[in-house]
Design a protein around this ligand. Structure first.
Ligand SMILES: *[C@@H]1O[C@H](CO)[C@@H](O)[C@H](O)[C@H]1NC(C)=O
Ligand SMILES: *[C@@H]1O[C@H](CO)[C@@H](O)[C@H](O)[C@H]1NC(C)=O
Ligand SMILES: *[C@@H]1O[C@H](CO)[C@@H](O)[C@H](O)[C@H]1NC(C)=O
Ligand SMILES: *[C@@H]1O[C@H](CO)[C@@H](O)[C@H](O)[C@H]1NC(C)=O
Ligand SMILES: *[C@@H]1O[C@H](CO)[C@@H](O)[C@H](O)[C@H]1NC(C)=O
Length: 365
């Protein structure tokens, strides 16, 4: 009898929480409708029946603080109708519009610096970060406006309000899901790719997929002018085969660690096992970030902090000078990164509470 009783109690608990959640979601959609966010509520209705949607709503209904980025109606008219009916894409997009905690908007940093927040997007087809981290979104202040960074169209915060535990932030576009690193580098639809055509032409063929598949990379991508300068200085020989550049480009990557611009000066080990130092200095992007080599400031980040599915890309104005390689040092730095990267807080807390291991029994003496 006992298991049956337990089961019924669990089912009752489950359905009452499902009811509470459904009440919460309908209250939320009424609230969003009162703000004229009817296209967004239509999306909420469409994903309500999906696991991805339910995952988001369970969290929102938990009573903990969240920030909901809510695109206003005109934003949705810019969405390709093909995507508008793609439930998977809508669920991923909704998850990318939810930030655990209350985003401190006045504290968002001024361009070229960014403020980084993690979202609820964890779909493994779109997020390749160590420790199962969820995907990041970035904000920056330009003039008087607060922008969501690195969007194909300018995306700004229009207004904010509160619904129960939610900070509702009305924004002017639907936030783009981060591209694969290889797409950012090669597809014309990403404007940065036009600055990176020389880099792509010199990348050894298999390297582009390594760049896209390695979890949690920071990639310093030299722009076309950087290669023109490097050739003029005799540092790059255009007739050499791309494989020659493998170790050079490995020294443009920090493997396993996300480094954002505006962070304090620090030494890292590159994917080529060499020291690379990142910090702030008198960079050309307005006191922004620079890359050092052997204590010398060698490159400026000219366009920083582009989120991709597996990390962050910074455009730099100089080809870093070091072609040396130390695979053992690179492997060791990567294992340290794997061992020390912690999951996003939402992942860290839940499993330890729900799946607490049973106490280990002392062996009989
Ligand atoms: C969402 O789906 C649940 C069932 O899973 C249903 O009870 C609820 O009414 C739906 N809510 C909305 C706002 O469509
Ligand atoms: C919603 O739209 C209506 C009609 O365009 C307008 O009168 C009203 O002020 C809007 N409400 C909000 C909160 O923007
Ligand atoms: C960007 O951040 C760096 C380091 O914190 C700081 O020195 C610089 O002044 C900041 N730039 C702006 C425009 O706020
Ligand atoms: C980086 O390493 C160099 C030695 O290679 C050292 O002089 C410097 O102090 C280090 N910088 C930081 C920020 O730890
Ligand atoms: C990062 O290190 C791992 C383990 O050594 C390796 O498999 C991967 O290819 C490296 N990624 C890059 C971009 O060098």
């Amino acid at each position: 009898m006992r298991p049956f009783v337990l089961l019924t109690a669990a089912a009752a608990l489950c359905s009452s929480s499902a009811l509470a959640q459904s009440t919460y979601v309908s209250g939320l959609t009424n609230y969003l409708n009162s703000l004229n966010l009817t296209s967004f509520t239509a999306v909420i209705d469409k994903v309500n029946g999906t696991a991805a949607g339910q995952n988001v709503f369970t969290r929102l209904a938990s009573g903990k603080p969240y920030t909901l980025l809510a695109p206003f109606n005109p934003a949705w008219s810019g969405v390709n109708p093909f995507f508008g009916d793609d439930i998977t894409w809508l669920g991923q997009t909704l998850a990318y519009h939810v930030i655990p905690g209350t985003l401190d908007i006045p504290a968002i940093r001024t361009s070229p610096n960014h403020t980084v927040a993690y979202t609820l997007l964890t779909d493994p087809s779109l997020v390749h970060l160590l420790a199962g981290q969820s995907q990041y979104i970035q904000f920056t202040k330009i003039g008087g406006a607060t922008h969501i960074s690195n969007q194909n169209y300018p995306s700004v915060i229009i207004s904010t309000s509160t619904y129960q535990n939610l900070q509702v932030v009305i924004i002017s576009t639907v936030v783009d899901l981060p591209p694969a690193t290889s797409d950012l580098l090669t597809l014309a639809s990403y404007p940065q790719s036009q600055e990176l055509t020389t880099l792509v032409s010199l990348l050894p063929p298999s390297f582009l997929s390594t760049l896209s598949e390695s979890p949690s990379i920071t990639f310093f991508a030299p722009i076309n002018q950087a290669f023109i300068d490097a050739r003029a200085a005799g540092r790059i020989d255009p007739s050499t085969s791309p494989s020659t550049y493998l170790s050079l480009f490995e020294n443009h990557i920090i493997n396993g660690t996300l480094v954002y611009s505006g962070s304090p000066q620090k030494n890292y080990t590159s994917a080529g096992g060499q020291e690379v130092t990142v910090g702030t200095g008198g960079g050309k992007d307005g006191g922004g970030s620079v890359v050092y080599y052997r204590g010398e400031q060698v490159a400026n980040i000219v366009y920083g902090d582009i989120t991709t599915q597996n990390g962050v890309v910074h455009l730099i104005d100089v080809v870093l000078p070091n072609p040396a390689s130390n695979p053992a040092a690179a492997a060791s730095a990567y294992s340290v990164a794997v061992a020390t990267t912690t999951p996003s807080p939402l992942r860290r807390r839940t499993p330890s509470r729900l799946f607490k291991p049973p106490p280990v029994k002392a062996p009989p003496s």
